[in-house]
Design a protein around this ligand. Structure first.
Ligand code: BES
Ligand code: ZN
Length: 461
């Protein structure tokens, strides 16, 4: 079995406290990309990252986009013939609300029971930072890196990466590489390192229902005027049939089934369904018939309500017929569903089922394609060796229900193999209160990535 180079191992041991301190400083910056009042904080996180990459020896630029900036850093002094790798991560985070449900404040990182709690700890600042730390380890302990490295960090992943595909397209030559490596995902279970073979895509919508010109007295008008909240409820109720299948006509037309070998692999994973239900606090599960829970999560498309707003929701009772109703709806997609096509299908379905007496609009907010890959070749073999060195056991192959919109753009525009190797854990509370990353995984993750560059260079030579 390969092991981590003792010089690198010693460097990590010696700098453990400082690497934690730096991570905590990064996590203290409330870089919430969705909120305009945090624009300066998002910029501050970019500048913090820029400073570190420059300090460890990377030629670093912060490049503005129409949204939040991209931090692009390069180190291209490896031996002739060495591979070039692109490391991607995001320095923006999800909003921290509801604040009152955090045990300690979202932007005051806290170590508790071996876990680091803070918004962004696992998604994705902690995982981006462990990459920067691995690069620093090589440069500090040996004065060089065995591979050429491009670091691309964006500040808009949590709002759909709208400006990143054009950026990658525009800088295609500069971003040319032999491998893309991303840590923005989760391991299958504690102690089981994991490599992702798929991500779902996303198509996100807002549905607005408008009725009377203003809210009305529900006694004076109720029964004679169509109620927008009820109209919205009726529309949403048509999105699935009674079995749990999506009932929007044409929704499954483009769906390419997963290969049997992939489904077999999923069935062999040690998935503990009762424990999964316990963790979530649910008494039973539901979804599309004919598929296991992991298949539903990783291989099948969905249509979900993310939020609804209408009428009176304050204390006590107010008799009112609301003038408007709104829902946020998202579809998770699989290969080869196209977000724009799903938008058209959803819109015409909504138009067909909308009751008379209200006006309904469907607006697309953002979207991205699904991604799936055959994990064959030297990149994945190198990753398996590096993960085995850091975790003491070989990785499993998993799928993922979440989305990283740019991954499909990387595949399309750069043509390099993509390694998605995450160090989060189930229950890590990404996007929720009390988000955490395991300190042990943070440490092993840094070491695994440092070993990966050696393994990849050896494989490429
Ligand atoms: N890191 C997540 C995606 C993820 C979660 C991948 C778990 C693998 C395992 C990412 O930051 C995320 O949340 N993405 C959004 C994308 C959306 C806003 C376009 C998502 O999936 O909801
Ligand atoms: Zn993320």
């Amino acid at each position: 079995m390969t092991t981590l180079d003792p010089a690198l191992a010693a460097w990590f041991d010696h700098h453990d406290q400082r690497l934690h301190d730096d991570l905590f400083a990064f996590l203290r910056i409330p870089s919430v990309s969705a909120r305009s009042e945090h624009r300066a904080d998002v910029a501050a996180a970019a500048s913090w990252l820029h400073g570190h990459l420059a300090r460890i020896g990377f030629a670093t630029q912060t490049i503005p986009t129409a949204g939040h900036p991209v931090v692009l850093a390069e180190w291209r002094q490896a031996q002739p013939g060495a591979p070039t790798v692109l490391v991607y991560g995001h320095y923006d985070v999800q909003p921290p609300e509801p604040l009152e449900l955090w045990t300690t404040p979202a932007f005051e990182p806290t170590l508790r029971d071996g876990n680091i709690y803070a918004r962004g700890s696992v998604d994705d600042k902690g995982q981006l930072w462990l990459h920067v730390a691995a690069l620093e380890a090589h440069l500090a302990a040996r004065g060089t890196l065995p591979v050429n490295v491009i670091v691309l960090a964006e500040g808009e992943e949590e709002v759909g990466s709208e400006h990143l595909a054009p950026f990658v397209e525009q800088h295609r030559q500069r971003l040319a590489c032999d491998a893309v490596v991303i840590s923005d995902s989760t391991m299958f279970a504690p102690g089981i390192p994991s490599i992702l073979s798929s991500l779902r895509g996303l198509a996100y919508f807002q549905i607005d229902v408008t009725g009377p010109a203003s809210d009305l007295h529900s006694g004076m008008y109720g029964g004679a005027v169509v109620n927008p909240a009820m109209a919205l409820a009726r529309i949403l109720a048509t999105f699935h049939d009674a079995t749990g299948r999506v009932a929007i006509p044409g929704f499954y037309d483009a769906v390419r089934p997963f290969p049997d070998a992939v489904r077999d692999g999923m069935r062999r994973l040690p998935f503990d369904e009762p424990d999964f239900m316990r963790q979530l606090g649910v008494a039973s599960l539901g979804g599309e018939p004919g598929y296991s829970t992991l298949e539903r999560l990783w291989t099948r498309p969905t249509c979900e309500v993310n939020g609804m707003l209408s009428g009176y929701t304050g204390e006590g009772a107010k008799t009112v017929l609301p003038g408007t109703a709104m829902a946020k709806v998202s579809c998770r997609l699989v290969p080869d569903q196209d977000p724009a096509v799903v938008h058209r299908l959803l819109e015409s379905h909504v138009r067909a089922v909308a009751p008379a007496g209200v006006t309904v609009t469907v607006r697309a907010l953002h979207g991205g394609q699904a991604w799936r890959a055959d994990l064959a070749g030297p990149l994945y073999e190198a990753a398996a060796r590096a993960l085995t060195a850091a975790f003491g056991r070989a990785p499993v192959i998993t799928g993922e229900g979440g989305s990283i919109p740019v991954v499909n753009d990387f595949a399309r525009l750069l043509g390099a193999p993509i390694l998605l190797v995450g160090f989060g854990l189930p229950g890590e509370n990404a996007h929720a209160p009390d988000e955490w990353i395991s300190q042990d995984n943070f440490r092993r993750g840094m070491r695994a990535i440092a070993a990966l560059w050696d393994e990849l260079a050896a494989a490429g030579a």
